[in-house]
Design a protein around this ligand. Sequence first.
Ligand code: AMP
Ligand code: GLY
Length: 425
Amino acid sequence: MQILVIGSGGREHALAWKMAQSPKVSKIWAAPGNAGIGELAECVNISASDIRLLADHAERKRIDLTIVGPEVPLTLGIVDEFERRSLRIFGPSHDAAILEGSKVFAKTLMKKHQIPTGFYQTFSRAEDAKRYIHEVGAPIVVKADGLAAGKGAMVCLEVSEALDAVKKVMEERVFGDAGSKIVIEEYLEGEEASFLAFADGETVLPMASSQDHKRVFDNDQGPNTGGMGAYSPAPVVTEVIYQHIMERVMIPTVKGMAEEGRRYKGVLYAGLMIRAGEIKVLEFNARFGDPEAQPLLVRMKSDLVPVLEAVVEGRLRDQTIEWRSDASVCVVMASRGYPGPYEKGNPISGLREAAAEPGVMVFHAGTTRKNDQVLTAGGRVLGVTARGPDIQHAISSAYRAVKKISWEGAHYRTDIGARALARVS
Ligand code: AMP
Ligand code: GLY
C-alpha cells in the first residue's frame, strides 16, 4: 500500500514511523513533512490546508490511504473532497470535525446528550458576554468558538481579565472570525488527561490513556502551548475512570453525533478534567493529539494500518489493539521564544547520539534539512520520546537523550512525567 500522511509535526512523524513498520505498507508520502519524516517518506511541498492539491496528488500517485494529522484540513472538508473522488482517507468529515471546529457546537451537543462538562453560556454579542461575567464572577474561562491554533481558551482568574478576553476575542477579533461567537464556561479544577479513541461512526475503540503538559514552564507555569510533553499511561485514569470515560463520554459522543446526522469517523480526542473520581470534558479534538500521539504510538504493539482501514470501512467492531505494558514519555524541545514569536534556522547537533540511546525515538516537528544539516524551522522542534519498563525509566531515558541534543536557544521542561511519578510512587 501507498500511504499519504498530511502534516508536518511530531505527531505526523510518529504516524509515519509507526506505519513504516507495517508489512502492508510499500511507500509513504508526506505533505509537507519535515526533516525527520523525510527519512521515512517522500515529502511533497503541498500545504496541509491545500485540500484540492492534496487530492490531486493522491489521485496521481494512486495513494491507497491518506491520514490527516492536523485539524485545519479536517474542518475545511478534506475528507469530503477525497471521498468525492473515491480516495480512501482517515478522519472525520467536515460536518463531524465541527466537534473541534466549534466550541459552541461541542457544548450544545454535550448538553443535549448529557455528557459531563462545566456549566456555560454562549454569546454572539460582547455586551451580553460582559454582563454575564459580572453576574457569575471569576475564575471563569473564555473561549473563542472557532479554531485559534490552541490559543482560543483563556483561563481568567479575575473579572477584569475575563472582560479583557471578551474585548480581544469579540471586539478586536485577534482570532478573526473564530471570535464571532464565544463560550464562557465554568473554571474547572483537577488533573487533566487526554483520552483518545478510534471511532467508525458506531464502534469506539479506545487507545491507552495519556497526559499532556500544556504550559511552557516547569510546574505548569507560563502561557499555554500546543503541548510541551506527554506520557502514557496516565495513572490518574484508573480502571474505573477509564470505564466512566468510555460510558459517559466517548460512546455517548459518537452516538450523539450519529443521531445528529454527523457520523464520527477517525480519532476522537477528549480533553478531560478529573477530580475526586469525577470527569468533565474540557474540549474535543477531531484528530490525534500532538504530542500525545508520540508516547501512544510507541506503545502500540499492533499494526496501525489495519485499524485505520477498519475505521474507513466501518468495521471497527472486529478490531482489537494490543498495547505494550510499559510506559513512555515524550519531551518536547522548543525554539527560543516559543510559544511567542520564535527563532528559526539554527543548526541542531546531537540527533544521532540521542537516537542511539536504547528505547529512544527522536520525532521531528519544526525541522528542515539543508545540505547535511538539520535546522530548526518551527516553535516545537523535536519530541524526544522514550519507552521504559515504568514511567521512571522512561523519563530517565528521554532526558538522557534530550541532554545529547543542542542548538542555540533550545528550551524544554524538566518535569515531564513528574505528576505520573508522584501518583505511582
Ligand atoms: P482547550 O483549548 O479548551 O483544551 O483549553 C486549553 C487549556 O485551557 C486546557 O488544556 C486547560 O488547561 C485549560 N482549560 C480549558 N477549559 C478549562 C476550564 N473550563 N477550566 C479550567 N481550565 C480550562
Ligand atoms: N496536545 C494537545 C493537542 O493536540 O491539542
